[in-house]
Design a protein. Structure first.
Length: 440
C-alpha cells in the first residue's frame, strides 16, 4: 500500500509541475510595451482544448521553461443604468426646398431657446406628406450622456416597421450622425405582439438630438421620449452558431469547447418567424437536464426591414449541452446561437521572452497565484485613485496579444494518464488488474 501511494503522489507532482511539452497546444504572447504586469484576452482555440471549466490546465512559461505567476479575470458582464427621464420632444418638417434642405434655418423653422439653451418652442411650416415629419429632442438639461431612447406613440397606431436616423448637435446648426439606422416596430403575429420602442445610442455628449425618418417610412406620430444612461458597458461578446441533432421531441446541441456562455437564442432559417421554445441545459451527459423554461424568439421582415428579439441572458456558463423543444408548431429545424465572454489572463513577465501560454492537459491540478499577491505588486505602479479597485488596476495594464496557436504535446495530452501499477499487490490482497503484469 505504501508503494502504491508513493507512485500516486509522484504522478500528482509531475502533473502539478508540468513542462510546456506536457500540454496539447500553445500560443506565444506578444508584448507590445513593457510593464510590471501584462494582460491578454483568451481566444476561442484555448476554450476548445482545455479540459477544465476553471481553466486550471493553463500555464505561462518563459524562454527557459520557468513558470510565470498569473491570475484569471472574468470580464464585467453586468450593466447599470440611470433612471429613465422624459425629455422635451418637438415635431420638425424634414423635407423642404432650398439650398440647405434639411437644416432648420433653410426649412423656415424658428426654434425659440430659453435659459440654458432649453428649447421653448418650435414654429414653422407643418409637414403634411407621409414620411416628412422628424423630431427634435432637447437633451440640454440632461446631466448624463444618453445611451438609450424609449419612444411612445398612440395606442391606435396600426402595425408598422419604421427606420430613423439619429443625429446630434450642440448648436442646432451643425449635425452629426450617431445612429445611421434604427428600427421601431409594433407588430401582431398569430395573437402575439412584437414591440420595438427603444433606440440604443453610442455614448454621445450633445445638447440636442434629431430623429430623421429614412426612405419610404410612413409617418409615425410620436407622443413622448425618455432617455437613460448606461454607466457600465459589456465587453465584446463572441458568438457560436450550433446545429443540433433531433432526439425524440426536441433537438440537442453541444458547444465544442468549454466556452463561458452567457447568451442564447433560437433561430430558424426563415426571414419571418415567431416561436416559443423550452430550453434545457446540462454540463455533460452524466447529469440530468435542467429546465430553463419557455421563451419566445422572433424575427419579422416588413418592407425589407427586420425586427428581431434580443438573445436570452443565461447564468449557466459551464453548461455545454443544450436542448430545444419547440412549443410552436413548425416543420423548420431550429439552430442555436450562443454568446460568450472571453477571460483575461494577467501575468508577471519574469525571465526572458518569448513567453508561452500552454493549455490542454488532462488530470492537471489547477494552479493560480493568489490574486491579492499579484495586486500588491501592481499597486506600486497603479495611477492615483486606482489602487482601491482591481478593475481599474487591470484596465491600466498593457494589453498583450496572442500569436497563432500551435501544437505542443498534441491531442494525446487530452487523455488521462494510465493508473500507476503496484506489482507488489495481488488478487489475494483484494487488488484489481490494471495491466497484464500486475495488480493495483
Amino acid at each position: 500500500m505504501k508503494n502504491f501511494w508513493s507512485l500516486g503522489l509522484l504522478l500528482a507532482a509531475s502533473l502539478l509541475h508540468a513542462a510546456p511539452e506536457d500540454f496539447a497546444r500553445g500560443m506565444i504572447i506578444e508584448i507590445a510595451e513593457p510593464g510590471l504586469a501584462q494582460r491578454v484576452t483568451l481566444t476561442a482555440d484555448l476554450y476548445q482544448w482545455v479540459t477544465r471549466d476553471d481553466l486550471g490546465d493553463l500555464r505561462i512559461y518563459d524562454a527557459d521553461g520557468g513558470e510565470l505567476p498569473y491570475a484569471l479575470r472574468r470580464p464585467s458582464a453586468g450593466e447599470s443604468h440611470t433612471p429613465w427621464q422624459t425629455l422635451p420632444l418637438f415635431s420638425l418638417p424634414v423635407s423642404m426646398p432650398g439650398p440647405a434642405a434639411g437644416s432648420e434655418a433653410a426649412a423656415g423653422v424658428n426654434i425659440e431657446l430659453g435659459e440654458g439653451g432649453a428649447v421653448v418652442a418650435v414654429r414653422g411650416p407643418v409637414a403634411t406628406a407621409p414620411g416628412e415629419t422628424g423630431y427634435l429632442i432637447d437633451a440640454s438639461s440632461y446631466p448624463h450622456q444618453p445611451t438609450e431612447l424609449e419612444l411612445t406613440w398612440p395606442t391606435e397606431t396600426p402595425d408598422f416597421v419604421a427606420r430613423f436616423q439619429v443625429e446630434a448637435s450642440d448648436d442646432l446648426n451643425s449635425w452629426r450622425t450617431v445612429v445611421a439606422a434604427a428600427t421601431l416596430a409594433a407588430l401582431h403575429t398569430d395573437g402575439q405582439r412584437v414591440l420595438l420602442d427603444q433606440i440604443e445610442l453610442p455614448p454621445v455628449q450633445a445638447r440636442y438630438l434629431r430623429l430623421q425618418p429614412l426612405g419610404g417610412a410612413e409617418t409615425l406620430v410620436l407622443d413622448s421620449v425618455r432617455t437613460r444612461a448606461r454607466t457600465a458597458i459589456d465587453p465584446v461578446r463572441h458568438w457560436l452558431s450550433l446545429t443540433g441533432t433531433q432526439r425524440q421531441d426536441g433537438y440537442e446541441f453541444t458547444a465544442n469547447g468549454r466556452f463561458p456562455l452567457d447568451r442564447v437564442e433560437v433561430t430558424l432559417d426563415r426571414d419571418t418567424f415567431l416561436i416559443e421554445a423550452r430550453l434545457s441545459s446540462r454540463a455533460d451527459s452524466k447529469v440530468p437536464w435542467r429546465d430553463l423554461g419557455v421563451h419566445r424568439f422572433y424575427r419579422a421582415r416588413v418592407n425589407g426591414r427586420i425586427a428581431a428579439s434580443e438573445p436570452l441572458a443565461i447564468r449557466r456558463p459551464n453548461h455545454h449541452q443544450w436542448r430545444v423543444e419547440l412549443i410552436s408548431p413548425t416543420t423548420a429545424v431550429p439552430k442555436l446561437r450562443m454568446g460568450w465572454l472571453p477571460d483575461e489572463v494577467v501575468f508577471v513577465p519574469q525571465g526572458e521572452p518569448p513567453y508561452l501560454l500552454a493549455y490542454g492537459r488532462a488530470g492537471l491540478s489547477g494552479k493560480q497565484w493568489p490574486m491579492a499577491n499579484l495586486l500588491s505588486q501592481l499597486d506600486a505602479e497603479a495611477p492615483s485613485g486606482a489602487a482601491d479597485s482591481p478593475d481599474l488596476i487591470f484596465d491600466t495594464l498593457p494589453q498583450a496579444q496572442l500569436a497563432t496557436a500551435r501544437m505542443l504535446g498534441g491531442e494525446g495530452r487530452l487523455q488521462p494518464e494510465p493508473l500507476a501499477c503496484n506489482p507488489s499487490r495481488s488478487p489475494s490482497s483484494g487488488g484489481q488488474s490494471c495491466c497484464g503484469r500486475c495488480f493495483c
